[in-house]
Design a protein around this ligand. Sequence first.
Ligand code: GLU
Length: 280
Amino acid sequence: MADRVRVRFAPSPTGEPHIGNIRSAIFDWLFARHNGGDFIIRVEDTDQARIVEGSVEMMLDSLRWLGVDWDEGPDIGGDYGPYYQSERLAHYREATETLLSNGNAYRCFCSSERLAALRKQQQEDEAEVTGYDGLCRTLSNSEVQDRLNSGETTVVRFRMPDDGVTEGLDAIHGSVQFENRLSDDFVIIKSDGFPTYHLASVVDDHLMEISHVTRAIEWLSSLPRHLQLYKALNWEPPEFAHLPLVLATDRTKLSKRHGATSVLEFREMGMLPSAMMNYL
Ligand code: GLU
């Protein structure tokens, strides 16, 4: 285990916080407090189109209501700031430069039309391996430079290994294995210059010295991408724990069609914070 327990809750500010997210935060907080470590809040606001005004306040408000406190975060700062990803672009740029120069990433100029046609073709073929086909992998440096100079739209993709297995250890699921040939070369820097979740979360978890990443099970499928990023950047990955979802009575993920999903809605309904905390 790392020298010091440092865990983070990394919400995306896309609306009222789902109780599933808050439940992950409670696990982080309990784990930090139990181990005398740090609990950090980091706002993952790199998807500019999905930002909903007031989300961060609602998130913090929900946690405060439940009696959860934090040691570093967007409102109080800390030694590892800034705690908004949109203010950390220089870090992502630096990591991207490293990946481009060590051959683990490349610029891609494929148009959205080409990608849509590719997707359609893969669906029609019922292809086992879907996603990007690696067309821009082999562009020469001079061609890349010419296309950049002519102002073409570009993204940066991470080069996943073509074969082999990425193996990880999850604190809940144990040893997990992913076949590399099933993962495509995913985007790490979008055409607007912002990083994707994958790159930003790996860079920040490293720079913020996060020891344990605790998050919902739906992120387990991202683990091979993250582990390959750690490897390519020559960084030690943290420990991972992927938590089960909060389900409704029909055993599907609790959603709006079941009724209230946010802590604040339950507060308005008169639920006591201690009852909510106990349930979560
Ligand atoms: N921003 C992601 C979310 O809101 C965080 C996932 C993670 O904890 O890595 O679910």
